[in-house]
Ligand binder design. Structure first.
Ligand SMILES: C[S@@+](CC[C@H](N)C(=O)[O-])C[C@H]1O[C@@H](n2cnc3c(N)ncnc32)[C@H](O)[C@@H]1O
Length: 974
């Protein structure tokens, strides 16, 4: 067997969680997000850590390995100091921007973050240069060094922003790894040579937005990325060749984009479609739908609320005109208090709970579904660009935000002249439509009628083609910019597709109008993973599209190792890689193929010209998705294929994000059936703050499974395998605990649980058969219809494979004894252990229901619910003695245990504020009181300490009572 790698022995998950969260929070500041939208991009810092962890050999000295690994990632003390970020003091910032003083004073810390950005954007280049010179680092090294890791990160750049470790660190890294590198790419090359005989090749067969190939190429690997979806392939290609393509290509793109933008500006100005008679320029157009329900004399403009702009206290007020047949939306800026607070309360909104409300008669409302009629809405024809006069849903421009020559803004209702300009926009578009369709500057394809996500626009508005998701004004600008970018330069053509995609995302009938204290603006379509239609929405004029249009603000010199990108089905990839790192669409609810069609529709003509070898279609039939039988089969095919395309010394990593640990086992089985064996597993919190773990509000972690080929398939027998699994689980937990000793904890409870799975899988996946049964056969064997997975499956219905995995978790559960309870643990029942372990887990901030259910499963207890106070998904905790009260003091389960009696005694002590009654109760109820006394005291002492833990403030009274009672028991001599 080839030597173990770092990631197969340990991984700094707490630090990486914090780093991943920092990267996520940067939103548009993330390196690849500027290229365009993709769902579930993996943080680059995580990818870097995974690749380095898979390349770096593990030595006999794990502490030293960890030290060196952290140095490589600039996540050690010295690296963090190297990453410290000089900032402009708020005082200096505001000194240059006195007009923001009031807003600053009113803003909370989160809003200030956004405000800093807005203020910065408002500065002239001269002011920016002046302030840049005043940047400084606010902390001394001494003060910085004592901060906890997450606090330090607030003052740091991301690892990708510095050029790796310093010289001193390189000396230590080289000494430990027997290398001679002075940069990450040199080290990567040397590690690859040692392990594989060449520069390492990293492949990703589900590359999506390109994080994995891009980061691999950036740190010097030969990268290969492929995705079934050509939009994803385009993003990945662009990450390698544009973001990582160096200054020259970026400058070419920037020039072409600037040129097109300037020409578009001249054209828009010449058309006169964004300027009014005074020469003011529009910087936002707001539209809403309008319906005229049967029996209503007027059409009602629709919006859930009529706040138009927070900053200018702008609102819309609905009023009937003199004829009574038309409703005007009067726009007020700086609305008086009363009007403002009424509008803010949402009471004037004309849609609520799927009903249209009559703004002038509070007793009248109509269900929206009924307005659509029994037959549904008229389906728009391809040539429709706006609703026809008989359509149920009309559309109207109800407000324009103008910028006056002095730079101030004002919201106004459209005038007749504005409506004439609207008509002109439509006419201009109609003149160009056929040509732009033919040349591919505008989408012309129909939306799939049977899609899960496309169903909504079709049903709720009658929109049938992708271009129906855009107003004429949006189509005119997008088409114009696309036309002005034409040429034959591959990089520029690719950039055009990306830029047009970004325009589409930020400027569509599905772009929500967002009002906020700092600014009011249009949102992107994909702020969620759907195609939700809106009653009112934003439309951006040209100048408001600038940030979406430009792919690069200022060209950077980053140049990555050239890579290869394909748009292939992962089952048919024929490229070899030493490390396959994949993030499959595993049980995630994202309909990549449908959502990406929103972008693909814009690329239909140009994509085949730029990438003739790619099929310009999402090929939905081939998309891997769901969790059922077909899904498992395709996953086994994919991973068998990847295993065939990797050397014996190669490694794979499968990343997936899922809350329910029960799905881990399924994935383990899939990979096992694909001829791979698990060598390690880690969870990194990628989606929410590591700090949030303590507050208990985090959502998801990304699980990383590390795998190798099963080279010598063996046949195993359950009675031999069980003890091996037990040993492996214990060994795994011991080694994690050793790393957890002292200092900051690396691992949480789910990490231990996952590690137990992994340890069980590590043993099991060495075998091809267990008691003569093949794993592939077990994976696909028919289960009784109601068997379900995990908890619901009764033992008899579980495969022997699953039984061994479950046994591994049980062993882990038993082995992970809360500190301080070691002496009493053996004598406790499963219910008692579950309660105390759950309490232990809770004290570390865990609030997810699934984790408590998994614990119950681990202890073999059928129901954890009776032990829990609230079982809402993210606020689960254990009942306190007070919350149990007198209830359930007997029975087969927890009610009948000594611990339950003890909790009641604690409760009695708390209510009576003295321990006598509690002690009496114990003496009366517990037959073995005297022999149990010491054990009871140990548990009481443990409970007494709980109240001091930050996350356990609700235990303070019961903990004090436990302390009192323990003291009383101690002094009880009969
Ligand atoms: C979770 S995403 C990958 C995200 C990616 N790691 C990133 O950082 O952006 C899963 C990807 O699998 C792709 N996919 C689905 N079925 C596929 C198949 N049969 N072959 C290749 N890719 C497929 C989807 O298009 C999607 O981009």
């Amino acid at each position: 067997m080839s030597e173990l790698t770092f990631i197969e022995t340990q991984f700094p998950i707490a630090r990486l969680s914090a780093e991943s969260y920092k990267e996520r929070k940067a939103n548009l500041g993330q390196t690849l997000t500027r290229l365009g939208k993709w769902w579930g991009r993996k943080p680059l810092v995580l990818v870097r850590a995974c690749i380095l962890g898979m390349l770096m050999p593990a030595s006999a000295d794990p502490k030293k390995d960890r030290e060196i690994f952290l140095k490589l990632m600039t996540m050690d003390a010295e690296g963090l100091w190297r990453r410290r970020k000089a900032v402009i003091a708020d005082r200096d910032l505001l000194g240059e921007a006195s007009s923001f003083a009031d807003e600053w004073a009113d803003a909370d810390e989160d809003t200030r973050d956004e405000l800093r950005y807005t203020i910065w954007q408002s500065f002239s280049p001269e002011a920016k240069t002046r302030l840049e010179a005043r940047r400084r680092f606010p902390l001394t090294r001494e003060k910085f060094d004592v901060l906890p890791y997450e606090q330090k990160l607030k003052h740091c750049l991301r690892p990708e922003h510095v050029d790796g470790p310093n010289d001193l660190a390189w000396t230590e890294i080289n000494a430990h790894l027997k290398a001679t590198a002075s940069s990450l790419s040199e080290l990567v090359e040397q590690l690859g040579q040692k392990r594989f005989g060449h520069r390492p090749r990293v492949g990703d067969a589900f590359c999506g937005g390109g994080s994995i190939p891009f980061e691999a190429a950036r740190i010097g690997c030969d990268a290969f990325g492929s995705d079934l979806n050509p939009v994803a392939a385009l993003l990945t290609w662009a990450s390698l060749n544009l973001t990582g393509g160096g200054r020259e290509v970026q400058q070419r793109i920037r020039n072409a984009q600037e040129d097109a933008f300037a020409k578009a500006d001249t054209q828009v100005t010449a058309w006169g479609i964004e300027h009014n008679e005074q020469g003011w320029r529009a910087d936002a157009f707001l539209y809403c739908a309008e319906v005229k329900p049967a029996g209503c004399d007027y059409a009602i403009p629709l919006a859930p609320g009529w706040v138009v702009g927070e900053k200018l206290r702008a609102i819309g007020v609905l009023a009937r005109d003199s004829s009574g047949h038309r409703v005007n939306v009067d726009i007020h800026n700086q609305a008086p208090d009363e009007l403002w607070s009424t509008a803010k309360s949402g009471r004037t909104g004309t849609v609520r709970d799927s009903r249209v409300l009559d703004p002038f008669d509070s007793d009248r409302s109509w269900p929206i579904e009924a307005l659509r009629g029994p037959e549904g809405l008229r389906r728009w024809e391809k040539s429709d660009l706006v609703p026809r006069s008989g359509d149920v849903f009309q559309e109207r421009l109800y407000c324009i935000r103008w910028v006056r020559p002095d730079g101030s803004r004002v919201y106004l209702a459209p005038t007749d002249a504005d409506l004439t300009r609207e008509a002109k926009v439509l006419a201009l578009l109609r003149q160009r439509l056929s040509e732009w369709w033919a040349k591919g500057f505008l989408p012309s394809a129909a939306m799939p009628t049977d899609g899960e996500k496309t169903e909504e626009p079709i049903r709720t508005r009658g929109w049938t083609h992708w271009h129906h998701l855009f107003t004429p004004r949006q189509l005119l600008l997008n088409g114009l910019l696309a036309e002005l970018m034409s040429g034959d330069d591959k990089a520029v053509m690719a950039a055009t597709m990306l830029a047009v995609g970004r325009l589409a995302n930020w400027n569509s009938r599905l772009s929500r109008w967002h009002t906020g204290v700092v600014h009011d603006k249009g949102e992107d379509v994909f702020s969620n993973q759907a195609l939700n239609t809106l009653f009112n929405f934003s439309c951006r004029p040209l100048l408001a599209l600038k940030t979406s249009w430009f792919i690069f603000d200022s060209p950077s010199s980053m140049k990555v190792q050239p890579g290869k990108v394909e748009a292939s089905d992962a089952r048919s990839i024929a490229v070899n890689a030493d490390l396959w790192i994949t993030d499959p669409p595993y049980a995630d609810a994202v309909n990549y193929h449908e959502l990406a069609d929103f972008f693909l529709a814009w690329d239909e003509k140009i994509l085949p010209r730029v990438f003739p070898e790619w099929i310009p279609d999402a090929r939905r039939a081939l998309a891997v998705r769901g969790t059922g039988e077909d899904f498992k089969r395709s996953m086994v095919e994919v991973y068998s294929n990847l295993a065939r395309h990797m050397p014996d010394a190669g490694l794979q990593m499968v990343q997936f994000t899922h809350q329910d640990p029960a799905v881990w086992a399924d994935l383990g089985m899939i990979l096992w059936a694909a001829g791979l064996r698990v060598t390690a597993a880690w969870t990194v919190a990628t989606e929410t703050p590591a700090g949030g773990i303590k507050k208990g509000n985090y959502v998801q972690g990304t699980v990383l499974l590390v795998l190798r080929k099963r080279l010598r398939p063996e046949d195993g027998f359950l009675d031999e395998v069980y003890p091996l699994v037990e040993d492996e689980v214990r060994r795994q937990i011991d080694s994690m605990r050793a790393l957890d000793e002292g200092g900051e904890p690396n691992f949480g409870d789910t990490d231990y649980q996952l590690a137990a799975y992994a340890a069980a899988l590590r043993v099991l996946t060495q075998y091809q058969t267990l008691d003569g049964q093949d794993v592939g056969h077990e994976l696909f064997r028919a289960r009784p219809a109601n068997a379900g997975r995990g908890r619901r499956a009764v033992a008899a219905e579980k495969s022997r494979f699953e039984q061994v995995i479950e046994r591994g978790i049980q062993i882990a559960c038993d082995y992970l004894v809360p500190r301080g309870l070691e002496m009493v643990w053996q004598g406790l029942t499963a219910d008692e252990r579950l309660y105390l372990r759950a309490l232990d887990v809770e004290s570390r901030g865990e609030r997810r229901q699934g984790v408590y259910q998994e614990l119950a499963r681990g202890f073999g207890v059928r129901e954890v619910k009776p032990l829990l106070h609230a079982d809402k998904a993210n606020s689960t905790r254990v009942r306190t003695p007070g919350e149990f009260g007198r209830k359930d003091l007997e029975g087969d389960g927890f009610g009948g245990t000594k611990l339950r009696q003890l909790l009641f005694a604690v409760h009695t002590t708390a209510t009576e504020e003295k321990p006598e009654a509690g002690m009496r109760f114990l003496k009366d109820e517990l037959r073995d009181y005297w022999s149990d006394r010491q054990r009871l005291i140990t548990i009481l002492d443990w409970i007494a300490n709980l109240g001091q833990v930050e996350a356990m403030s609700h235990w303070v009274a019961d903990s004090q009572a436990a302390r009192l009672l323990a003291g009383r028991l101690r002094s009880d001599h009969g």
